[in-house]
Design a protein around this ligand. Sequence first.
Ligand SMILES: [Zn+2]
Length: 176
Amino acid sequence: MDMSWLSPLAEANPAGEKGWGSFATVAIPAGTTVAAFGGYVTSGEVLATFDDVRQSRSIQIDDDLFLVSSESPEPGDMLNHSCEPTCGLLGSAMLVTMRDVAAGEELTFDYATCDTADYDEFRCMCGTSSCRGTITGRDWKRPDLQAKYDGWFSPYIVRRIAAATLSDAASTQDHA
Ligand SMILES: [Zn+2]
C-alpha cells in the first residue's frame, strides 16, 4: 500500500530533465484535492542520512520535521516545484488546484510554501517567466511570494511569517 496518494484524475509520467512529474489526465476544476503526502516523520538530522533521491521525496512540515516517503517511488511522490504552479498546499501535506487545470497540464506547487531548510536547494527548470532560477529554503521570506501564496503556505510557515511581522512591528515602534 502506498504512503502517498495521487488523484485518479492525474498520473505520474516522465517529465524530461525534471525526472518524473504528475499530470492531469482530464480537466480539473480549481479547489480540487489532487495529492496527499504521507510517510515517516523524521528530524533534519535523520533526513540527512538518506541519499539525495530519497531526501528529494520528502516535504518539510515543521522547523525540524520532515515527512519522508517510502523507499520505492510512488505516484504520489512525483509532484514537482514550479515558480508558476498550478497547485498549492492545504495544511502541511495536501495539494489542491489553485486554478482550473487543463488535461495534460502538470500538477506543481512552489516549494517556497513548504521549505525553510536548505536541504533541498536546487536550480529550477520550470521554464516559466517568473522562474527564480535557484530555489532555496529562504524564499518564503520574500514579500512578493508571501503575497502571491497568501493562504497556500504550510501552517508552520504561516506562524513564522506572523512572528516575523510582529517583530518587525515591534522594532518599528522602538524607533518611533
Ligand atoms: Zn522556476
